[in-house]
Ligand binder design. Structure first.
Ligand code: C2E
Ligand code: CA
Ligand code: CA
Length: 390
């Protein structure tokens, strides 16, 4: 709110939120503002945790009603972390720390909910901290490797691209998948150096592949916020000697969430450079459609959750059909991800989807296995459109 509507409105919002909070809590409870947008409520004389739960519910519901300030309708929400005395501690500072941990948990589970403190949260947080420390060393010690998963063009059934998917060879835990460490990397900001390594490495490896095959790299929102993506991309292409038209960047809605002008500027500059942009996990977010209008995408990747149900439920099929028609009208391509059966592949090809990716075609493989994949499927070569003289 501060960034988009200015500090005076942000201040007014805090005041109104505080008033609501005080009304909800009632006159017997103690309400205070800790910092920024964090408030604390001390609920006294309760007999059961259930009473804290009910209060948390009322707070979340109350703060989720939009605020009207200066002609602006502002929707915020709230998450709540709860610690109980004397069960969790008798010490004030300790109780605050534990409710904070529970709050962190509540936010991670999905905003707009509440969580009670549980001892395993300490353990989990410690593990995350340890992983974060290891991650710092991993960047320096070159413990990452890129796997590649091919994308088939559905008209030629040949390979048109490869998606780079990062793996971490952890010295003690063995090979870790992105879901094990990307969230930690995003939270700590280490995603910026890791993402830079991924981009550089992917460009270097792609420069060895037959010309028409492109490489796709996944980006995190933090790379937009904290890194100079444009300079990084230009440098990676140059160092590898890769044509910009062979690089595709995959972006999820989390990057676009605030529809900020500068994000759009960066994306437009990347497109002007010749880099293609794909919208990843399409259909899973809140406003994918409006993003298609305001950002320069050249491709939609239909999320795996729709593809896996396409031969089972009519609604999944309907959504996939509509997405394909939409992208045809917009003049952009579609990739269906997560294809696991021949049935799914046939159906998607029949529906006019342009590219396919999934375990049915190939699992992600190491770089040295790419030549074998290419000789198995061949390379897709773009044919110039046929013109008929009239
Ligand atoms: P994504 O971009 O949606 O990537 C596709 C994920 O689906 C990959 O998981 C891939 O192995 C998996 N997959 C592909 N085909 C199938 C299939 O037929 N069935 C099933 N069940 N799964 C399939 P992976 O490699 O574990 O990556 C997970 C996510 O981590 C990626 O999702 C992407 O969002 C993120 N990620 C991977 N590499 C990077 C990276 O270098 N940078 C960033 N920022 N994120 C990355
Ligand atoms: Ca992707
Ligand atoms: Ca995806």
């Amino acid at each position: 709110v501060n960034d988009t509507l200015g500090h005076p409105i942000g201040d007014e919002l805090l005041k109104q939120a505080a008033v609501r909070l005080r009304d909800i809590a009632g006159k017997d409870e103690f309400v205070s503002r800790l910092a920024g947008d964090e408030f604390a409520v001390i609920q006294r004389r309760i007999k059961q945790p259930r009473q804290a739960e009910l209060l948390a519910d009322r707070i979340i519901a109350g703060l989720s009603n939009p605020f009207e300030i200066d002609g602006h309708t502002i929707a915020i929400g709230a998450s709540v972390g709860i610690a109980l005395a004397p069960k969790d501690s008798r010490d004030g500072a300790e109780l605050l720390k534990k409710s904070d941990l529970a709050l962190y948990w509540a936010k991670n589970v999905g905003r707009g909910g509440f969580c009670f403190y549980k001892p395993r949260m300490d353990k989990h947080l410690n593990e995350r901290r340890a992983l974060g420390n290891d991650l710092r060393a991993a960047v320096q010690n070159g413990q990452f490797e890129l796997y590649y998963q091919p994308l088939l063009n559905l008209s030629s059934r040949r390979i048109c691209g490869m998606e780079a998917l990062v793996r971490w060879h952890h010295p003690r835990r063995g090979m870790l998948q992105p879901s094990d460490f990307i969230p930690v990397a995003e939270e700590s900001g280490l995603i910026v150096p890791i993402g830079e390594w991924v981009l550089r490495q992917a460009c270097i490896e792609a420069a060895n592949w037959p010309k028409p095959i492109s490489v796709a790299v996944n980006l995190s929102a933090a790379q937009f916020k904290r890194g100079d993506l444009l300079a990084m991309t230009t440098a990676a292409l140059k160092a590898a000697g890769l044509e910009s038209g062979r690089l595709e960047l995959e972006i999820t809605e989390s990057v676009l969430l605030n529809d900020e002008i500068w994000v759009r500027n960066v994306l437009c500059k990347l497109r002007d450079l010749g880099v293609r942009l794909a919208m990843d996990d399409f259909g899973t977010g809140y406003s994918s459609l409006s993003y298609l209008r305001s950002f320069p995408f050249s491709k939609i990747k239909i999320d795996r959750s729709f593809v896996s149900d396409i031969t089972v439920t009519r609604d999944a099929l309907a959504i996939v059909q509509a997405t394909i028609q939409l992208s045809e009208k917009l003049g952009i391509g579609t990739t269906a991800e997560g294809i696991e059966t021949a049935g799914q592949l046939h159906l998607l090809a029949a529906e006019g989807c342009t590219e396919a990716q999934g375990f049915h075609i190939s699992r992600p493989v190491r770089a040295q296995e790419i030549p074998a994949l290419i000789s198995r499927y061949g390379c897709h070569v773009e044919r110039p459109a046929l013109r008929v003289a009239s």
